[in-house]
Design a protein around this ligand. Structure first.
Ligand code: ZN
Length: 433
């Protein structure tokens, strides 16, 4: 029974195979016919349409020489090095100024490309690459005149979200770097938070923070980072949250979640990342004098030579030396506030009594002059003639929003919060404002 079944199967297979062969031959002849037909069409097409593209085949690719601008280089030095006549250089320099608003080359960053259509042809195009978002194109027209044109490269600004957590023994800076926040953005965040936070006393392990910032792309490639859009920090004395907002007058500011100005008239900690080594107190033992007396400011440890920025805009009312303070500067900010900076190694150039300074402008450098045990900044805030604690005094905002702007701000804030939530769950998505 088993054997019979086997034979039948074999016959069946044999039949199926011979059928298949016949079918195969049929298919094969069809394929041959089709291929022949296609070849005929292609051949006819080639006969009808082919014209030898001699130019495309024999044109050599353009020759490009790239010069990196070095210190001491001038336009005429670089151009004469490329064989340009004094007259041509003069024409180009004039056109650069008039048509492209270009006057200065920057050593170390600018590049100039000289392009020839062929090795034996003269230079017909020059491109000055002066920054990631612009370039100047100089080309020779048919009459032999040089034309300059400023080209602005379009920025594709996308929004990035990064978060971090303070670990045991961490600084905000270390935690931020670990969270992948770029150094420049981290410095900006620090500057913003320094208005509201005391990094010495408000930072503890377990705290979280995040930053929303711009990333600028050109042709789908990241070029640089833009501005901080929003930042939040779970500080010990309450959450600090700030949102960037463009007011109806075009002015820009950072505001808290209720629309109050987050940029204060004065900074609590003028120097970023500086450790508080001595707090404000009405009584303390003086480290040099030995007896107990009030410490009317806050000491920030920083290396000698660290720039000291003005805590707020104002006018310099003292730039002097005394036994206690050493070299010091005092700034009057308004009718209410003054700040004082002591133990400077030296003053900043151009800072004299009467000089008007802006917030963040360097007024001097950290040192250890006067009664001091080591390089540090001694910083005082004087409110209506009375010394107050810089780290706790309630400081006024530079600009608060009017009712109309506040309404727009609150909508903007909701939108940003939506973006934050969305990027939190999917950081890879492309988000634009
Ligand atoms: Zn001090």
């Amino acid at each position: 029974m088993k054997k019979a079944k086997y034979i039948i199967r074999k016959i069946n297979v044999g039949l199926a195979e011979s059928c298949k062969k016949a079918r195969d031959i049929n298919v094969l002849s069809r394929i041959v016919l089709w291929v022949a037909a296609i070849m005929l069409v292609v051949a006819l097409g080639v006969l009808f349409f082919y014209k030898p593209a001699r130019d495309a085949v024999f044109a050599p690719s353009e020759i490009k020489t790239v010069i990196e601008v070095k210190s001491g280089d001038t336009l005429s030095k670089i151009f004469s090095g490329q064989g340009f006549s004094v007259r041509d250089i003069d024409t180009i320099a004039k056109s650069l100024k008039k048509d492209a608003d270009f006057t200065t080359l920057h050593a170390g960053s600018d590049k100039i490309e000289f392009i020839k259509p062929a090795e034996d042809k003269p230079i017909s195009k020059i491109v000055i690459l002066n920054g990631p978002w612009q370039r100047v194109e100089i080309s020779c027209d048919e009459a032999g005149d040089w034309q300059c044109q400023k080209v602005v490269i379009e920025r594709d600004t996308r929004i990035a979200y990064k978060e971090g957590e303070i670990l045991d023994g961490d600084s905000f800076y270390l935690a931020g770097m670990r969270g992948g926040i770029p150094a420049g953005i981290l410095a900006d965040v620090y500057d913003l938070l320094a208005f509201e936070m005391d990094f010495e006393r408000d930072v503890r392990a377990g705290q979280h923070f995040f930053v929303l910032y711009e990333e600028n792309y050109a042709s789908d490639k990241k070029v640089d980072n833009g501005r901080v859009i929003a930042v939040a920090f779970e500080a010990l004395r309450g959450n600090v949250q700030m949102y960037r907002f463009v007011r109806s007058d075009g002015g820009v500011g950072y505001y808290d979640e209720n629309g109050n100005g987050a940029i204060k008239s004065l900074k609590r900690t003028p120097i970023n990342n500086a450790k508080v080594t001595s707090s404000f107190s009405t009584r303390r033992k003086h480290p040099v004098l030995g007896f107990t007396r009030a410490h009317k400011g806050v000491d920030f440890r920083a290396p000698t030579g660290t720039p000291i920025p003005a805590a707020g805009a104002g006018r310099v009312v003292a730039r002097s030396f005394n036994r206690g303070h050493g070299n010091f500067v005092k700034i009057r900010h308004n009718g209410t506030y003054e700040t004082l900076y002591a133990h400077m190694s030296r003053f900043a150039k151009g800072v004299n009594v009467g000089t008007v300074v802006r917030q963040g402008q360097t007024i001097g450098y950290v040192g250890s002059t006067g009664l001091s045990t080591g390089p540090h900044l001694h910083y005082e805030i004087i409110k209506n003639g009375q010394h107050v604690n810089p780290l706790t005094v309630k400081l006024p905002a530079i600009n608060n929003l009017d009712a109309a702007n506040k309404k727009v701000f609150l909508e903007h804030k909701d939108k940003l919060n939506g973006i934050i939530e969305s990027l939190k769950t999917n950081p890879e998505q492309i988000v634009r404002l």
